[in-house]
Design a protein around this ligand. Sequence first.
Ligand SMILES: NC(=O)c1ccc[n+]([C@@H]2O[C@H](COP(=O)([O-])OP(=O)(O)OC[C@H]3O[C@@H](n4cnc5c(N)ncnc54)[C@H](OP(=O)(O)O)[C@@H]3O)[C@@H](O)[C@H]2O)c1
Length: 300
Amino acid sequence: MSTTYDTTSPAPARFLEQSDTPVPAPGPGELGVRVRASVLNPLNWTTASAGQDPQGPDWLGREVAGIVTALGEGVDGFAVGEAILGRVAAGHGGFAPNTIVRAIDAVAKPREISFGTAATIPVAGVAAYDGTHQIDLQAGQTMLILGIDGGVGLMAAQIGQVHEFTVLGTGPEASRDVVEATGATLVSDGDDLLTRLRHAAPDGVDLVLDLVGGDTLRIGAQLATDPAGIISAADAPTAVELGGAALERSDDALAKITGVIEYGLVTPHLTAQYPLDRLDEAIAVVEGGHAGGLIVIDVD
Ligand SMILES: NC(=O)c1ccc[n+]([C@@H]2O[C@H](COP(=O)([O-])OP(=O)(O)OC[C@H]3O[C@@H](n4cnc5c(N)ncnc54)[C@H](OP(=O)(O)O)[C@@H]3O)[C@@H](O)[C@H]2O)c1
């Protein structure tokens, strides 16, 4: 038997009700995984808060790093005992000692990357990679990241530096040091944001990567030299209304961003690490909407 966390109830406290479930067996094309670390990211939280739970009771924890314990039928390229990182399969969750990952959503975990850091790659790292590649920017072009000081934003800023983009982004003044350590320029949130953005980028920007949505997106979008350069991971309807697009996931992003992190070109910004039995404390941080980065849950 394996303990998972019941997420069927709407209120945060009830995410913590434990239930015993059998260790899941991998189906065709799937890996059974002993979870070492998972991530509580805002994507979990916004989905849960909106009552969007298409996957059953144990879906929290969408990204994991761990050890392969069993191979489903037809799986090639992985071995029992191998360390991997990947997205958790539909119907399963990462806040549990054992879970299921589809082999096509997993890659080998490089030894240079800790399990905690590796767990941030399949969702946040992939979003940062895709968000900086969906539009084909050249060195010297300008990227504006709305919500630059979060888990996705700080990785996207570092990817922008690797590609020699000019990077600026919005976030709270308190995050100036962490943002500017990436080489990006912080434009602080608050009243009159549009004026400050226009001052920082008087010729406009080639890419607006939105990680906030709503009014912040409507303001930032006014900097775009071409509306097709507005990409949102947080508010697809508004991006489309403004002439832009939703963030799209690409097939090769997981392997690409894993390599970039392995070689030290991008370092995920971990805000905190909690053991699984303190998941309630981690949720309390994330539900406020200002976690300031990635919160890793050490499962094993
Ligand atoms: N589509 C996908 O595959 C995918 C994958 C990953 C993430 N996402 C989405 O991308 C977004 C960012 O994810 P993340 O992991 O980077 O989140 P995060 O770490 O919480 O960062 C969110 C950013 O948005 C800012 N923010 C939050 N509420 C705000 C508000 N009301 N006004 C202005 N700024 C605000 C935060 O600023 P503060 O520092 O002030 O909190 C922070 O800069 C989320 O919406 C998430 O659901 C999508």
